[in-house]
Design a protein around this ligand. Structure first.
Ligand SMILES: [Zn+2]
Length: 83
């Protein structure tokens, strides 16, 4: 079961994975071609999610790449790196 309203199943599945991995997934749809975004909770970087990607498969891959790039190891007692 998914709670995302995204029209592409491949993208919904990727959003589920992002959510399960601890990312913030925000549905801000209603603003043009943007569906919303995924945000890394560690460094607050965001990736835009499109509501009508040219290729849902490619967009799902981009989302998964973002997830793996932001699979930060847990830091204990260290302040977050400020960029
Ligand atoms: Zn990150």
């Amino acid at each position: 079961m998914t709670r995302w309203s995204h029209s592409k199943k491949q993208v919904r599945d990727a959003l589920d994975e992002a959510d399960a991995a601890g990312f913030d997934v925000e549905d801000t749809s209603g603003h043009g071609h943007s569906w919303g975004y995924i945000q890394c909770t560690v460094d607050k970087q965001r990736m835009q999610v499109w509501s009508t990607p040219k290729s849902a498969d490619n967009h799902a891959k981009q989302i998964r790449r973002f997830i793996s790039r932001h699979s930060h190891p847990k830091q204990e007692g260290e302040p977050d790196e400020q960029l």
